[in-house]
Design a protein around this ligand. Structure first.
Ligand code: NIG
Ligand code: FE
Length: 412
């Protein structure tokens, strides 16, 4: 099956197969071809180029993209879309003056979601979660990482990870699964941290490995959650099962967690609303991708990740949604890209690099996703008619997506 897209105003994010991420000043470049075509065969990109060289051969589907831009589908490397119910009342509590930390301290927050997960069936959790997966696909996301972390019991964590696996089996979108048992200490273990960490290491991890339920391991490294030393224990344990780390760190406090993550060769460090000079130094010359989550900053009114400080230091940066019921009930990558431009002073080129190739890197799939490259998955966004791709972040409240292809098929 061949699909030919012709007369593309601008085909964005064309990369050589060797490029796995872009860093520092290179992020300002978004290689493109104006007046281009793109040829898809089955689930992959077969060819592309300037319209002058457009193949004349017969294809199965022809799409005229006059006035439209084409770019890789978003790669959302950090979400928690498998959850039960919602936390709307906490949203209202915050409007009335409580902070995220105050709500968590009185048993809300992650523990509130954990109660809900442990009260519903796997099937019901699947039904609730698939609605969110279908929504983000229609909003242009072509690959996504999903975390557990609202179970906090052996059964609850396994239930979540099985649902993630089932989503991956039932949808064309690439899904990477992350075990986040170390998201918070359950009430019963409030004074017994080592008891819960033992449960993670000795009960949860072996079961997860046995059922092959996770690709990565995560922990919430934060004051009041997992200390740096506890996070290191989790990363070490994950390594024994081949699970590389992707860590929640520096959301509210900088406690030297980034250095520990780099030491343990974490694939990504995520949040980074608070970043010290030492954190920046630790990330230099590492393979660890910093990931910013601007919708979270927006929703719970905390600082935005200092993107300029990170990129101007020569580092790469990825953007993701953090879609979850507490801090970011939105999986809209278009909003993330716009907010990164508007609030974090990233250029549109930088933001698109961060939301495509660097997002792919942050979930270990840059060989197959995140750019327009021959042989990569045909994960494509065709915009509506726009004056240029700058209109995508500029018109931040408009839906400028016309068509989304995931693995060569149109998503409705
Ligand atoms: O990435 N910060 C830790 N975890 C999630 C939110 C958890 C929640 O409140 O449900 C986050 O923001
Ligand atoms: Fe998160």
């Amino acid at each position: 099956m061949k699909t030919l897209i012709i007369n593309i105003q601008e085909l964005l994010q064309i990369r050589d197969a060797s490029i796995q991420k872009v860093s520092g000043s290179d992020m300002k470049q978004l290689p493109s071809i104006k007046n281009a075509y793109l040829l898809i065969e089955d689930d992959c990109i077969l060819d592309f180029g300037s319209m002058e060289n457009c193949p004349k051969n017969d294809v199965d589907v022809n799409i005229d993209a006059t006035g439209k831009v084409v770019l890789p589908a978003w790669c959302d490397s950090h979400t928690h879309i498998v959850y039960a119910g919602n936390r709307i009342l906490e949203f209202v509590d915050r409007i009335n003056g409580l902070t995220y930390e105050e709500i968590a301290n009185r048993g809300g927050g992650i523990l509130n979601s954990a109660k809900k997960i442990n009260a519903i069936s796997e099937e019901e959790l699947f039904q609730q979660s698939k609605v969110r997966l279908e929504e983000i696909m229609s909003q242009g996301t072509g690959a996504v990482e999903i975390k557990s972390g609202y179970g906090l019991t052996v059964e609850g964590e396994i239930k979540m990870l099985r649902v993630i696996k089932k989503l991956a089996q039932n949808y064309p979108i690439k899904i990477k699964s992350t075990f986040l048992g170390a998201h918070a200490f359950p009430i019963d273990y409030k004074e017994n941290h080592s008891g819960y960490i033992d449960l993670i290491i000795n009960e949860m991890l072996p079961k997860i490995a046995q059922e092959d339920l996770a690709d990565y391991i995560d922990a919430f490294c934060e004051t009041g959650y997992f200390s740096v030393q506890e996070t290191e224990q989790i990363m070490e344990a994950g390594k024994k099962y081949g699970l590389q780390a992707k860590i929640h760190v520096n959301q509210f406090n900088a406690i030297n967690g980034i250095k520990a993550c780099v030491k343990h060769n974490a694939l990504s460090v995520d949040h980074l609303e608070v970043v010290t000079d030492e954190d920046i130094e630790a990330l230099k010359n590492s393979d660890t991708m910093p990931v910013a989550l601007p919708s979270c900053s927006y929703f719970i009114s905390i600082p935005y990740t200092p993107a300029r400080k990170i990129i101007d230091a020569g580092l790469p940066l990825a953007l993701a949604t953090d879609f979850n019921p507490g801090t970011t009930p939105s999986g809209n990558m278009n909003f993330v890209v716009a907010t990164a431009c508007i609030k974090m002073k990233m250029t549109p080129e930088e933001a698109i690099n961060a939301a495509t190739i660097n997002g792919a890197y942050a979930m270990g799939i840059a060989k197959t996703h995140g750019s327009i490259t021959k042989g990569k998955k045909a994960n494509i966004i065709i915009s509506k008619e726009v004056t240029s791709f700058y209109q995508l972040p500029y018109a931040f409240g408009s839906n400028l997506i016309d068509t989304v292809f995931i693995e060569g098929k149109i998503v409705q």
